[in-house]
Write a protein that binds this ligand. Structure first.
Ligand code: 13P
Length: 353
C-alpha cells in the first residue's frame, strides 16, 4: 500500500502540476453564486463543475481535483460521471472528508475545531470504491493577538484531528492532504508578517508532532499550508520576496524532508498575488535547495475569473474556460519558478476546441 500511495502523492505534485480545489460545500458554492444571481440549485452546481473539469488540457495543469460529496456522486453534462471525466483527463479525483469547522468547546468564540472523524473509515472505504485517490481535511487557525489566539488548545486539538484523519486515510488507501490554514482574511486578520510567521511555526510544529505520534507516513501525504502574509486587515502589505523568504524559512524549520510535496492554498489572495507568491517561493526554494516540490492547490484564485465570466450561462462556457486556462497556465509556470508579470497580458489562448 505504501509504495502505491507514495506514487500517487508524488504524481500529485509532479513538475508544473497543481491540484484544483473545487470542494466547496453546497453552502459555500451557493454563497459564491448568489452575488452573480446564479440559481443556487444542484443542476447549476453541476453545470459549473462541468465547465471547470472539461477545460481543454485539464490534465496538463491539474494532477487532481478535490471534490465535495455531492460532486463525486454526480454525472457531468455528457452523462459520464465526474469521476470518469477526471480519469479521462488523467487527473486524480479527490474528496473533502472534513465536515466543517465548529466552535471549540471552552475556548474563545473565534476558535474552531474541524469535525468529521466519527465513521470516517467507512466513508473512506466508500470513496475509494468510487475512485477517489486522495483526500483533504482543513483545520482553521484564527489569529487574534489581543485575545491570545490561537490558543495551544486550538492548535493541538486541530493537529490531533488532522493526524487521526491522515492515519485513517492511509489505512484505507487514500493520500491525505493535511491542511492547517492560518487565516489571513476576514475582520480579525490584522497580524503582521512576524506574527503570521510565528503562528505558522507553532501550527506546523503541532501538526508534525501529532502526525509522528499517529504513525502517519510522510512520504504518502501532501501538506497544504497557507503562505506567510500580513493579515488583510493589517493595513500593511509585504514585498513578494519577503513573503517567499518567510514562507520557505518556516517550512524548512518545521516540515520534515520526507513529506512528498507541498501545495499551497490561496486563502483570499488576489489571483495574481497567489501566482506571484508561488513563483517567488519556487525561486527561493531553488536557491535554498529545499527537499520538496512546491505547487498550488488553489480554490478561489483559480476559479474566481472563470466564475465571474460564466455567470451560469452555457453561452459563456468557452470564454470562462479561456480565463481558467490562463490562470491554470500561469500557476503551472509559477510552480516551476518560470512565471513573470508580463505573461499575464498574454491574451491569445490556444484553446483546442
Ligand atoms: P482557497 O485557495 O480559496 O483558499 O481554497 C483552497 C482550499 O481548499 C481551502 O480549503
Amino acid at each position: 500500500m505504501s509504495t502505491e500511495l507514495a506514487a500517487v502523492a508524488k504524481a500529485m505534485v509532479a513538475p508544473g502540476k497543481g491540484i484544483l480545489a473545487a470542494d466547496e460545500s453546497t453552502g459555500t458554492a451557493n454563497k459564491r453564486f448568489a452575488p452573480l444571481n446564479i440559481p443556487q440549485t444542484e443542476d447549476m452546481r453541476r453545470a459549473y463543475r462541468d465547465m471547470l473539469f472539461t477545460l481543454p488540457d485539464f490534465g496538463t495543469f491539474f494532477s487532481g481535483v478535490i471534490l465535495y460529496d455531492e460532486t463525486i456522486r454526480q454525472q457531468g453534462l455528457q452523462s459520464t460521471s465526474f469521476v470518469q471525466v477526471l480519469q479521462g483527463a488523467h487527473s486524480f479525483p479527490g474528496i473533502k472528508l472534513d465536515t466543517g469547522a465548529h466552535p471549540l468547546a471552552l475556548a474563545n468564540d473565534n476558535e474552531k475545531i474541524t469535525e468529521g472523524l466519527d465513521g470516517l473509515a467507512a466513508r473512506v472505504d466508500e470513496y475509494v470504491k468510487m475512485g477517489a485517490k486522495f483526500a483533504k481535511w482543513r483545520a482553521v487557525i484564527t489569529i487574534d493577538e489581543r485575545n491570545g489566539l490561537p490558543s495551544d488548545d486550538c492548535l493541538h486539538a486541530n493537529a490531533h484531528a488532522l493526524a487521526r484523519y491522515a492515519a485513517i486515510c492511509q489505512a484505507g488507501g487514500l493520500v491525505p492532504i493535511v491542511e492547517p490554514e492560518v487565516i489571513s482574511d476576514g475582520d480579525l486578520a490584522t497580524q503582521s508578517m512576524e506574527t503570521s510567521f510565528a503562528v505558522h511555526e507553532r501550527a506546523l510544529l503541532a501538526v508534525f508532532e501529532e502526525l509522528a505520534i499517529a504513525n502517519v507516513r510522510l512520504e504518502d501525504m501532501v501538506l497544504k499550508p497557507s503562505m506567510v502574509v500580513p493579515g488583510q486587515k493589517s493595513g500593511r502589505s509585504a514585498p513578494v520576496r519577503d513573503v517567499a523568504e518567510a514562507t520557505v524559512t518556516v517550512l524548512m524549520r518545521r516540515v520534515p524532508a520526507a513529506v512528498a510535496g507541498i501545495a499551497f492554498l490561496s486563502g483570499g489572495q488576489s489571483d495574481e498575488d497567489a501566482t506571484a507568491h508561488l513563483n517567488e517561493i519556487n525561486k527561493v526554494a531553488a536557491e535554498r535547495n529545499v527537499p520538496w516540490p512546491l505547487t498550488f492547490s488553489y480554490g478561489r484564485a483559480l476559479q474566481h475569473a472563470a466564475l465571474n465570466i460564466w455567470k451560469g450561462d452555457a453561452a459563456n462556457v468557452t470564454a470562462a474556460q479561456a480565463a481558467m486556462h490562463h490562470r491554470a497556465k500561469m500557476n503551472s509556470l509559477a510552480a516551476q519558478g518560470k512565471w513573470s508579470p508580463d505573461l499575464e497580458n498574454e491574451k491569445e489562448l490556444a484553446l483546442s476546441r
